[in-house]
Design a protein around this ligand. Structure first.
Ligand SMILES: [Zn+2]
Length: 574
């Protein structure tokens, strides 16, 4: 491809609305353009990258026995009503009506459609297992679409659904997909971690893993072991209680006046005790139910664990102060676990019962209790692991210290079981002629998000640095001058030679200054650049530069094509 012919509008300025680097660079490098909030057009180079990721995904799905299908974007509401999700999915579901007033949605996922297909087509255990996948647009009406392709309203996913006869079959399908995902992200040249995404996964069969591309800008916190392969989403990582020696205030248990003292820091400062001696008491509202949550003063409450422990509320939040005052008769900063009203459930993190003498709120505005004894004074109804894991804690598998990183979720493998096959009636007859529901798994790769995540992980001040396997083109040839006939002729010659060798190459034949061409080449992020100028050509040489390392070398005109070919092959095979 000649750059003069290529629709690749690059920009020097950072677009004002682009908050994250991948969004900025995709717009600046001319890969995408916005059509509406969270909805984008892929320009030629952007689409080439997308297709490469898709093809890697496709090859790995096929290698595991996956069969590609293509399901509709438009899905009838009836199926969603049958599965029970039409009403619970909420505002993120794009809903529409046809001219006959029949309701539809734009698919955010395809469990309903595929299960409907299977219930119509599968009769016997002999037809199972089935691994069916598609690469398809998905729709989610985000309240605030942002971060470019990272959180769009229209995005591209690969979704595979497995149908097995039993749990053992599901485990096999799950393992296949797990392995395929590791290969996909390795082949895309991404540094990633599969993380346990379920608090109960350790030691059990494991219900779900998320695949995280590690990048500072990632929305998800990840903890991982410095020694073994353990990694988990920080919001879901299991914790073990740590026993620590309480520092107590001199003297007996007493009620202390703490005027205008509200926050944990203020209480600790006023009473001269460390946060580890304090019990935080928080009144929470889960749907229309109130309960009191206790956690050590230095710990952060994990609301996801709290919600899981209590059975899953639709909405879970701190109770507003008027509710606190109405129930406990004090303002939120003085709430405590003593003399709790009958009927108010008290839920404590595992560490609280291990504490000896503590500071806590007194349930009277502007009063705290020092040297309270949890074992004597607190009525605790339930004890759970409710806190956030912290870096430096011991790995639950091997004891080595945990480290912290940020990650972008690009894939998830998930054991669905019989949730959809039961509600939609996707059954088969087993060897004994008995009717059973298919056991299902679902497995997603965010294809467009992987593209963005790759940029978040691979860029510098000058632009994108594509890993070779997903680069839009492997190599760009930059003739320094378009006026010098010899330079132009050599550039053309090399261009055709590389094409003959099967190298994906662009020739920057624009009548621009060399500096402009170099800037664009760095911005777009071609892995290899060949610069052809009269000075080096006088010695029969051209300059070959690697985008990733910035290393340049002079190579003879005769050798350069072979050298490029072997560099690409090496990068693609590693
Ligand atoms: Zn470990």
């Amino acid at each position: 491809m000649r750059v003069s012919q290529l629709l690749n509008p690059t920009l020097r300025e950072v677009p004002a609305e682009a908050e994250v680097i991948s969004h900025q660079l995709m717009v600046r490098a001319g890969l995408i353009r916005k059509s509406a909030a969270g909805v984008y057009t892929y320009l030629p180079l952007g689409l080439r990258i997308l297709r490469k990721i898709e093809n890697i995904v496709r090859e790995e799905m096929d290698a595991k026995g996956g069969q590609e299908v293509l399901m509709p974007v438009i899905q009838p509401a009836e199926l969603w009503m049958e599965s029970g999700r039409w009403n619970v999915y909420g505002d993120e579901l794009f809903r529409l009506k046809d001219r006959h007033n029949r309701e539809f949605c734009l698919g955010p996922t395809h469990e309903e459609i595929i299960t409907d297909l299977i219930r119509g087509e599968v009769r016997s255990y002999k037809q199972l297992p089935l691994l069916l996948y598609q690469i398809q647009n998905k729709y989610r009406d985000e309240r605030r679409p942002r971060f470019g392709l990272m959180r769009g309203r229209e995005f591209i996913m690969k979704d595979l659904y497995s149908f097995d006869r039993d749990e053992a079959g599901l485990n096999e399908s799950y393992q296949k997909m797990y392995e395929a995902y590791c290969r996909i992200f390795s082949r895309c040249g991404l540094a990633y971690r599969p993380v346990e995404a379920d608090a109960g996964a350790i030691g059990g069969t494991g219900g779900t893993h998320e695949f995280m591309v590690l990048a500072e800008s990632g929305e998800n916190g990840v903890v991982y072991c410095s020694e073994c392969d353990f990694a988990a989403n920080v919001e879901k990582a299991e914790c073990r209680p740590q026993v620590i020696e309480n520092v107590v205030v001199e003297g007996e248990r007493k009620l202390v006046h703490t005027p205008e003292i509200r926050t944990i820091d203020e209480v600790c400062g006023f009473l001269a005790v460390p946060k580890t001696s304090l019990v935080k008491s928080l009144l929470y509202q889960g749907d229309d139910k109130l309960f009191l949550v206790l956690i050590r003063g230095d710990r952060e409450l994990n609301e996801i664990k709290l919600n899981n422990a209590l059975g899953g509320f639709v909405s879970l939040e701190l109770a507003p102060s008027h509710v606190v005052e109405g129930l406990l008769g004090c303002e939120p900063g003085s709430v405590g676990p003593v003399e709790v009203p009958v009927g108010l459930m008290v839920v404590a993190d595992e560490e609280v019962p291990l504490m000896k003498k503590v500071v806590c709120g007194a349930n009277q505005t502007d009063y705290h209790i020092v040297n309270a004894d949890p074992s004597l004074e607190f009525r605790i109804d339930q004890i759970h692991d409710l806190r956030m894991v912290e870096p430096g804690e011991a790995c639950l598998k091997c004891g080595a210290p945990l480290k912290e990183a940020r990650g972008i979720e690009v894939g998830q493998v998930f054991k669905l079981g019989t949730k959809y096959s039961k509600s939609l009636g996707a059954t088969f007859l087993d060897e004994n002629g008995e009717e059973k529901p298919c056991v299902m798994g679902c497995y997603g790769v965010g294809v467009s998000r992987s593209l963005a995540a790759s940029i978040e992980q691979n860029h510098d001040d000058y632009g994108i640095i594509w890993p070779m396997p997903i680069a839009p083109y492997h190599c760009i040839i930059v003739p320094v001058s378009t006026k010098d006939a010899q330079v132009v002729a050599e550039a053309d010659k090399l261009y055709h030679e590389l094409q003959r060798l099967g190298v994906e190459v662009v020739l920057d034949d624009r009548d621009e200054r060399a500096g402009v061409k170099f800037k664009d080449a760095d911005l777009v992020g071609y892995p290899l650049r060949v610069t052809i100028g009269s000075k080096t050509l006088a010695n029969g040489q051209v300059e070959l530069r690697e985008r990733k390392t910035g290393e340049t070398q002079l190579v003879s005109v005769e050798d350069v094509a072979g050298k490029i070919k072997s560099l690409i092959e090496k990068a693609l095979s590693s």
